[in-house]
Design a protein around this ligand. Structure first.
Ligand SMILES: NC(=O)c1ccc[n+]([C@@H]2O[C@H](COP(=O)([O-])OP(=O)(O)OC[C@H]3O[C@@H](n4cnc5c(N)ncnc54)[C@H](OP(=O)(O)O)[C@@H]3O)[C@@H](O)[C@H]2O)c1
Length: 321
């Protein structure tokens, strides 16, 4: 989906192929998991969210990441409102994900078709470039892969030309390795597992790269801790931190101070500099955050900083799978 709006923006920055998909991404993809949360149609919060969505659709990056279930569907609705009002700049596209039924948890072929239709209706489109299978935790791998399963639904959508490329987007590595190992997906998205404090996605990304898949690395700030810092009380990967993890992040902060760079810049650049990652998905809550991302991309981060971070040794990550 790329509706052009004459008079718009420069091309997206630093385009690169997402594996063999033929789709181009920028180094950063904007995440919208909280876009429109708590708003209702017509209220002031929704108007603000639509303005932010429009800024994303005309921003420096090629892709904007959402899902059927983000903010209870409001993320897609707000993106759809922005798209209808202001269009989308050339070279930009919305990526979304199919989700289990929010009431029953059912996640089979029929639910995938309904999820796709709901997303298209909210976004005001009739086809999508990228569609991921999102957090398939309510069904077994065998059920998702079997006849009538969720993956059959995604494959049908791709075969019918309603979707160009399909991905799997989730956390747990034991499960992600199995899905990637099927060879049926074009893309993978992992979160919180390739950051300053956790590297458990490395084998997954290596395998995806060998298979020619596109690789998204989401949540480079761990959802907060690696942007707000050790003293902020922020969580890592949406869960409580430990004193050991906070102490380790404090040591990273000391390295950052010595080199005159801030923690969020280093956390973002850790992902951007990796050849394993095609695009890093970052949550943004304001247009100021988009400007900050561009500053972080341009900042001077000396090579010695990475050497000093390596010397700290592995972090006591709180992620177990
Ligand atoms: N299963 C999946 O498919 C999956 C899972 C997780 C994430 N994702 C995608 O990845 C995106 C990113 O994940 P995420 O938002 O959870 O994690 P994230 O990008 O690691 O962290 C975003 C958080 O960092 C804060 N932040 C960013 N820059 C900052 C700065 N300079 N100073 C202070 N705070 C700063 C933001 O605060 P503010 O709110 O104040 O801006 C926000 O709360 C999601 O929106 C979603 O699109 C997908």
């Amino acid at each position: 989906m790329t509706v052009s709006n004459p008079g718009d923006a420069a091309p997206p920055v630093d385009l690169r192929p997402l594996g063999r998909t033929g789709i181009l991404a920028s180094p950063v993809t904007l995440g919208t998991s909280s876009l429109g949360a708590g708003t209702v149609p017509g209220d002031a919060g929704e108007a603000e969210a639509i303005d932010l969505a429009s800024a994303m659709l005309h921003g420096p990056y090629a892709l904007i990441d959402t899902s059927n279930e983000y903010a209870g569907g409001r993320s897609e609705t707000v993106l759809g409102e922005a798209l209808a009002r202001d269009g989308i700049a050339p070279g930009r596209a919305i990526v979304t994900k199919v989700d289990r039924d929010p009431v029953t948890g059912v996640f089979d072929r029929d639910r995938v078709r309904r999820s796709f239709e709901e997303s298209c209706e909210r976004l005001g489109v009739d086809r999508l470039g990228i569609l991921h299978l999102h957090d398939p935790y309510s069904v077994s791998f065998e059920a998702a892969m079997g006849p009538g399963g969720a993956v059959a639904g995604l494959l049908e959508l791709r075969d019918e030309g309603l979707v160009d490329a399909i991905g799997v987007a989730a956390g747990r590595m034991s499960l992600m390795r199995r899905y990637v190992g099927t060879g049926v997906f074009d893309l993978v998205l992992s979160h919180n597992r390739f950051t300053l404090v956790d590297r458990s996605a490395v084998p997954l990304f290596e395998e995806a790269g060998e298979r020619g898949m596109g690789v998204f690395n989401a949540a480079p700030f761990g959802g907060g801790l690696l942007a707000r810092g050790s003293a902020s009380g922020a969580t890592y990967a949406y869960g409580e931190t430990t004193p050991e993890l906070r102490a380790w992040v404090e040591r990273v902060e000391a390295v950052c101070v010595r080199h005159g760079v801030d923690l969020p810049t280093v956390a973002l650049r850790f992902s951007l500099r990796s050849p394993l990652v095609h695009s890093t998905v970052v949550g943004v809550s304001s247009t100021a955050r988009i400007d900050e991302l561009e500053r972080a991309r341009a900042a001077d981060v000396p090579e010695e900083l990475w050497v000093e971070l390596d010397a700290l040794g592995p972090a006591p990550s709180t992620i177990v799978d």
